[in-house]
Design a protein around this ligand. Structure first.
Ligand SMILES: [Zn+2]
Length: 255
């Protein structure tokens, strides 16, 4: 299966990775385009993006985790918050590549190419607006899920690209995750931004801001205190707690 692209707003494409489970988002203006995240990289994401736009392209990684960053191997250069460089180096290394090779069922020649593909270290993300021609992309710092997590605001489309700062199941428990209070403070700053809808990398449909506001309201000491031990499949070794700051949205954080 290849990439599946959905134009959810004019010039805003939410693109499902061929390996499934994770989306990247392409924003196209009159003169430039920005791609947030690059997926697992099991297929040529660069060629796919070129089939949607031939405008000059900036690739921004929301953070350094493998399911967002490994696809950067198909691009000349990308950028990311400099604080996530250690995360990027760990998660784009041998361990995650070997897991992806198995999961994707790659044949030996393809596996070897994937194993050896070079990803240039991302350039430091500048937190200044990027003018795409009629559309602006404003990177926002949002430490929590990882130290260098970032979100992107597109004011003209009133949409926020959340990165892993929010998902139907939000994870703030990896060793590189910051304290849940730091995550909550970042999330509240995002919620104060002018937007009406948001896109998350692990959900296909847009999310209404009103729902995220309820979720933000639930991010408090009282909520944290109600969290119960929770086992994340594949990460049973990490002691975690979980609760729903808003109905249907689970926050999992380090115990
Ligand atoms: Zn992540």
């Amino acid at each position: 299966m290849g990439f599946q692209s959905y134009e959810v707003l004019p010039g805003v494409h939410h693109i499902l990775d061929p390996l499934g489970g994770v989306y990247m988002t392409l924003v196209i203006g009159a003169s430039r385009a920005v791609l947030m995240d690059a997926g697992y990289g099991t297929q040529d994401v660069g060629a796919f993006i070129r089939s949607l736009t031939d405008l000059p392209l900036t690739v921004i990684l929301s953070h350094g985790h493998h399911d967002h960053a490994l696809g950067a191997m198909w691009f000349e250069q990308c950028c990311m918050d400099a604080e996530d460089l250690p995360v990027f180096l760990e998660y784009t290394g041998k361990r995650e590549r070997e897991r992806v090779i198995v999961r994707a069922g790659m044949k030996s020649a393809q596996a070897q190419t994937y194993r050896e593909a070079v990803i240039k270290a991302p350039l430091p993300l500048a937190y200044s607006p990027i003018d795409l021609g009629g559309v602006t992309v404003q990177p926002m710092k949002a430490p929590g899920h990882t130290p260098g997590s970032a979100a992107l605001l597109i004011p003209e489309r009133e949409v926020l690209l959340l990165g892993d700062c929010w998902n139907p199941q939000t994870w703030v428990f990896f060793k590189e995750a910051l304290p849940v209070e730091t995550y909550a403070a970042s999330f509240r700053r995002l919620i104060a931004l002018p937007f009406t809808h948001a896109l998350a990398p692990h959900q296909g449909e847009m999310i209404e801001k009103t729902f995220l506001m309820r979720y933000a309201d639930g991010l408090n000491e009282k909520g944290f205190a109600t969290a119960k031990p929770f086992s994340v499949p594949g990460h049973e070794d990490v002691p975690t707690l979980a609760y729903e700051p808003a109905p249907g949205a689970l926050l999992v954080f380090r115990a």
